[in-house]
Ligand binder design. Structure first.
Ligand SMILES: [Zn+2]
Length: 279
């Protein structure tokens, strides 16, 4: 089970990993907190009246297309409104995810965890200084709360039989990945979209416990990103400047931090499998 904030986050963070496990026959559930109503329309081709009139509907269609490309077996919307950025009008709306009582929103996730009973839960980490969107911060909060509460049989038993998720992962942003992609741009003679400033950013490399080789699924990740037509420009060099083959040659991994585990005596040593240590 993965928990994300907006439609498109599931395609930009860890999509290759879900595609890989889905192809191996694992059930995969996306929990998406909001409809992404406040997203800017990045792609000028899509910035037209009928899209602007009902962005939530268009983004729901994009999400449906992207999740079937990735291979998600189930998609659950928590049904909150995109909170937008701090100090925006959207951020003050009562139905915005950020303004909903965190006990209430985590309870919805508890009920999904008890229903689907995942072994692994993937969410965002506590350090989101790079992109501190209120909805992303809140996704982290409810995920950690629900990881704890879902396992407690005394916590709201009416939400289903308690379930202890075995592993909680945070998706990470690795600087070494950006460096490797930049080098590949240079090697193949293309202009790199990664500026000195981007390349100098501190990554979360020191937190990596788990690197999943998704080389065979980068193509699907790119197709899923492209399905989010309003959010991603198809000629973005950042996302699509290198094709799947070159991305695989440069850096075929998606990186995670094993934040919590309930597997007794389990010592992760550079995991290459999210399900390592499980029976
Ligand atoms: Zn987002």
């Amino acid at each position: 089970m993965t928990v994300h904030a907006h439609p498109d986050d599931e395609s930009s963070k860890g999509a290759g990993t879900v595609a890989l496990y889905s192809a191996m026959g694992y059930r995969s559930v996306l929990v998406c907190a909001t409809g992404g109503e406040e997203g800017d329309i990045i792609n000028p081709v899509m910035d037209v009246d009928e899209v602007r009139a009902d962005l939530a509907k268009v983004r729901a269609q994009e999400l449906s297309e992207a999740t079937s490309i990735i291979g998600y077996t189930d998609v659950e919307m928590l049904g909150y409104r995109d909170s937008g950025m701090p100090d925006s009008e959207a951020n003050s709306r009562p139905e915005a995810f950020w303004n909903v009582d965190v006990e209430d929103s985590s309870r919805k996730l508890v009920s999904l965890i008890r229903h689907y009973r995942p072994d692994v839960l993937i969410t965002y980490g506590e350090d989101q200084s790079r992109y501190p969107h209120p909805d992303h911060l809140r996704v982290h909060d409810i995920s950690v709360m629900a990881f704890n509460y879902a396992a407690d049989p005394d916590y709201h038993p009416e939400l289903g039989t308690a379930h202890a998720v075995s592993k909680l992962y945070y998706s990470l942003w690795a600087a070494k990945r950006v460096t490797a992609l930049h080098q590949r741009f240079v090697e193949v003679g293309l202009e790199s979209p990664f500026t000195e400033e981007v390349l100098a950013r501190e990554g979360q490399d020191s937190l990596i416990t788990t690197s999943i080789d998704v080389g065979a699924y980068i193509d699907r990740r790119l197709k899923a990103l492209l399905a989010h037509r309003t959010q991603i420009e198809p000629d973005s060099k950042w996302w699509f400047g290198l094709d799947a083959d070159d991305q695989r040659i440069a850096y075929p991994y998606e990186d995670f931090q094993l934040a919590r585990t309930r597997i007794p005596d389990y010592e992760p040593v550079m995991e290459t499998d999210l399900f390592a240590g499980l029976p």
